[in-house]
Design a protein around this ligand. Structure first.
Ligand code: ROI
Length: 162
């Protein structure tokens, strides 16, 4: 059997009871075939990035090990999003559940469906802080350290929920 690859998934929701959406999605990730959930961050409340006339988001990050290929993993994530009746009416508008493949081992992936590392990863405090909570010593595929990006993108109004 192929060796498992360590991956990180970003979760986000700002519709339809976002806290429940994210907690439920974390449970469902655990049950996906070919995936072992290794850790999950606290939930964080964040101001919307993009249009401001939408509710705050709940964000979290999950660490998982998988034997799925990147695209098979993406299929699983998208199935889960659809099960949450993901609504996305406008670009950068509100959504019931967003699952982003942030990192797939140390691989660089660019194809029509997928860019890994996720392009927003090192720019968004609502991804960086939950990620650092569960992987404080993380090194990105280019060798840079997560700690560097935390300094550049402080917690600000991002709120860690207990
Ligand atoms: N803003 C926040 N705070 N959290 C998100 O998960 C998020 N997701 C998005 C956009 C619309 C960019 N804004 C977000 O897709």
């Amino acid at each position: 059997m192929a060796e498992a690859v360590r991956c990180f998934i970003g979760l986000g929701s700002n519709l339809d009871n976002p806290t429940d959406q994210v907690m439920q999605a974390l449970k469902e990730l655990q049950d996906l075939p070919g995936i072992s959930l290794m850790a999950s961050s606290s939930l964080y409340r964040s101001d919307p990035m993009g249009p401001q006339d939408q509710p705050d988001y709940i964000n979290a990050v999950a660490m998982l090990d998988t034997q799925l290929t990147p695209l098979a993993l993406l299929d699983q994530l998208q199935t889960l999003e659809h099960a949450h009746q993901r609504i996305r009416l406008q670009h950068w508008g509100p959504r019931t559940l967003d699952l982003d493949l942030l990192l797939y081992g140390n691989q660089l992936i660019t194809c029509e469906r997928l860019t890994v590392p996720h392009p927003g990863l090192t720019e968004r405090n609502f991804v960086l802080w939950p990620l650092a909570e569960i992987a404080p010593d993380l090194k990105f595929p280019d060798g840079s350290l997560i700690q560097t990006y935390l300094d550049q993108h402080p917690l600000g109004t991002l709120q860690r929920l207990s």
